[in-house]
Design a protein around this ligand. Sequence first.
Ligand SMILES: [Zn+2]
Length: 471
Amino acid sequence: MKIKPIIIPTINISAQTNKITVGTLNYSQPDTVSFKRSKNENTPFINDTRELELHCAGCGKLMLKNSTVNDFINKKIYFPAHTALKRLSHEQNFLIKEQPQPMQKTYSFVAREAAQNPNLNIEELIKTPKLQDYIKKANKEQLTAIEELKTRCKRVSHSSQYIVDEIDKLNPDFQKTEAAILQDLKILSKLYPAETIHNILNKPEIKEHYLAKLQKKQNSRLKKVTPLIQQLSPECAPKAETALNESFRIFNTESMDIMHKRTRVIEKFQTAFNDIDNSNDKEIAKLIMRRLEKLPDSKNDVNAFMVKYSRKNENAIPKILIERLRNTNDHVKPEHRKGDEGQNNKKNYLNLCGKCNHERKTDSYSEIIDKNPQMQENTQKQIDEIIDYINKGILTEYDTWPNDIKMPLGFESEGQIIIDTSKLDIQKAKTERAKRREKFTEEEKHKPQNEAVKTMYRRYGKKEQTSVTQQ
Ligand SMILES: [Zn+2]
């Protein structure tokens, strides 16, 4: 997914460490939530496949529309800024009277604007003209204050029961791991309905429960490597044994707060096998590495997920869960493949869920198919769904897409994904679109005429209303 640079002069607060760094000029938005609406909001058509109900071309799960995920994060996970700001004092022990002057000033400005716009969360509020204006004129300290308030507001969280219920309402078609995570969260939220997910997972007994289960799995995976090490040559075996002992130590004795243990374990073995020249050793090393790939991680294991994300910010868990089902554009030919970059336009897009997209990185589709042969079938299924939306006149600007994507899919999968686009019926699509447009125009005519004026009132508030009435 693209990270759009924003033009605020630059302060960065890490969401995880809460550290603030001031002074870099290229600030990237840490969040991927976009507030842009489709430019076709006022037409009867959809012109972005991320806004369709589609099954993932990789795992085949029913994805959540891009806008559904944004709305969920903005409206269900984040509080309106108005409420969030009020909760900072008792939830984060953030007492405004004890803050330095620039923060006090910024806080009172933001709080006033938040009260005027009681439905907007902090990200949305910052995009309003008044806040943008404040940001333009603000000094470094005030900008830092804005960033701090943003981070703080985004950490205010709902009760576990509320979040679990809201996720349930989406009826998410989760993959196995995510379904199991939600199941656990449901149980935990019944035990502690009023507490936040973050607080529950950070209770010593709960933390210990997941950590112990995770360590048990890690140890049992590592033990499966031992018989293979014994088959290595006497030159190679001691290095592998050292790596193994180091790995047991990392998993079992290092503090829970140390991150990337799995990655480090894998690296230990990679280093141990760096300079093998014996072909038998090479084969065994390969087998060992394959077994190590099965070490639990946060994408395939509930315990690893809970341990990892309970250390992140307060709203990380529901966000990550929902993000994994987001309908995203995957670049068929990867955008960041070194020396051979794929284009960033729809002729190079296939829709993958957030999880499949993230896991793919720059792998070719043939590598994905090795692990998931269903991808061939699932891709055709998605192509058929999209063709159906085109034929029904719902999706526009995609008439050439099914055939445009044929070749990139073939190349990227080394001929394993050959799609059939014979159901595409452009003539029918044109007829259906004309009907749709006609119906829409007819409906627009009958809409109450003062709708636009009402919208204006809502947007500009009481003052304008009075002046309009006086005229
Ligand atoms: Zn998927």
